[in-house]
Design a protein around this ligand. Structure first.
Ligand code: ATP
Ligand code: MG
Length: 388
């Protein structure tokens, strides 16, 4: 099979080989090409050392020189990763110490899954596939390279990567690989929260079926370590998978204690605050009547839209009160203090003291929630005089 490799990558391979080094295209782009997907960023693996790579190209940036990766910028400023062939010297389940001076075969042998361990020579149209990756791609199987047990012990994150690839491509996980994943899932406790979060979010974004992705997390034992209580959403397919993928919202749907889970994953403060708000907000109004819906909007605040989206994910249809929300918004009906047609300053000039302002604003909001037509500056000032 011929793979279309972007011209700048061909240039990189040509230049490395002209200088007497070996250079091959490797990694996920070949897998994607074999699946008929457009080749994304094509990584280059080479026998040249990082220093040799840096000297051969005019514009390079440090990407991960410790791991042998140099970023080469092409004329358009696009970065291409060029990584020196390496083999693992030692591993501890979390990090690897790598050494250069390896062969292409050794470099492929340290990769995680057969589907990710292909090499393609774009000038000679030649393949290296020592682990049967092409066969597994066609059979739609995720299989560890070499002895699965060892490979997961070397780097437990591979358990989550196997799940992500299986869910993304709709592949089965080969039985020996799967058993090794289950046996070693407790080792995931050693992995840094940032790497786990990255896998969780990426997987939610790329899975063909979110419910299968979640099942694999659960059944492998990965969820027990990082996401206890992870729900089965099989009954919510396909609504969940058809919706725009929002990993934070999906976390709120899938996890009984999403704020705690996202804290454990060291998600950003904004992400944690968002699931907190979703959890605190009332899930639905007491009825779909306009006033009840306005009160719900007031109580749900910023979480209202997330609550509507969650309803949709859970049921596959719009919430029964979604129309009332639309109407309230089209008519700019006041549902928060900031929507009131008067300011705190107006109240201060009535002679109210600072501490009373909040209380009076809330009382006014209460009145306009009942009757939006009262939201007029003169009227509110008159009302404020009454309730002060
Ligand atoms: P994606 O489309 O998600 O980027 P990818 O296959 O390109 O998929 P990367 O994480 O970009 O995945 O890694 C590039 C390649 O490096 C992989 O295809 C695989 O060969 C190798 N690799 C990445 N992470 C590991 C790991 N933890 N253990 C072994 N090999 C790995
Ligand atoms: Mg990649």
């Amino acid at each position: 099979m011929r793979v279309t490799v972007p011209e700048p990558v061909l240039d990189i391979v040509r230049r490395l080989e002209a200088a007497g080094h070996e250079a091959w295209c490797v990694g996920g782009a070949l897998r994607d090409a074999a699946l008929g997907a457009p080749a994304s960023d094509v990584d280059v693996a080479t026998s040249a050392t990082p220093e040799q790579v840096r000297k051969l190209f005019r514009r390079t940036v440090a990407v991960g020189e410790r791991f042998g990766t140099v970023g080469v910028l092409d004329r358009a400023g696009t970065l291409h990763e060029v990584t020196t062939f390496r083999h693992d010297v030692s591993t501890d389940g979390r990090h690897a110490v790598v050494a250069f001076g390896a062969s292409l075969e050794e470099d492929l042998a340290r990769r995680d899954f057969t589907i990710n361990a292909l090499a393609y020579h774009p000038l000679r149209d030649e393949w290296r596939d020592p682990f049967g990756g092409a066969r597994d791609i066609h059979a739609r199987i995720v299989r560890a390279v070499g002895r699965a047990e060892e490979r997961f012990r070397e780097d437990y994150l591979r358990i989550l990567r196997a799940i992500r690839f299986a869910a993304r491509f709709g592949f089965e996980i080969e039985p020996v690989t799967w058993e090794a994943m289950r046996a070693h899932a407790p080792g995931l406790a050693q992995i840094s929260a940032e790497r786990v979060k990255d896998e969780w979010f990426k997987g939610l974004g790329s899975a063909q079926a979110v419910s299968r992705f979640a099942s694999l997390w659960r059944e492998s034992g990965a969820a027990a370590v990082w996401l206890p209580g992870l729900r089965d959403v099989a009954s919510h397919e396909p609504a969940v998978s058809a919706a725009p993928r929002d990993p934070v919202l999906l976390s709120a749907l899938l996890l009984p204690d999403a704020p705690e889970a996202l804290r454990r994953l060291r998600a950003s403060n904004a992400e944690i605050a968002r699931v907190e708000r979703i959890r605190t907000a009332p899930s639905e109004p007491s009825s779909a009547a306009p006033e009840a819906v306005r009160r719900w909007l007031a109580a749900a605040g910023e979480a209202a839209d997330d609550r509507l989206r969650l309803y949709r994910l859970g049921s596959g249809r719009d919430a029964p009160w979604a129309d009332a929300v639309r109407v309230a918004r089209e008519q700019h009906q006041p549902v928060a203090r900031r929507d009131l047609a008067l300011r705190g300053d107006d109240l201060l000039s009535l002679g109210l003291r600072g501490p009373d302002v909040g209380r009076v604003l809330d009382a006014l909001l209460e009145r306009v929630l009942e009757d939006p037509s009262l939201n007029d500056r003169e009227r509110l000032i008159a009302l404020a005089r009454e309730v002060r």
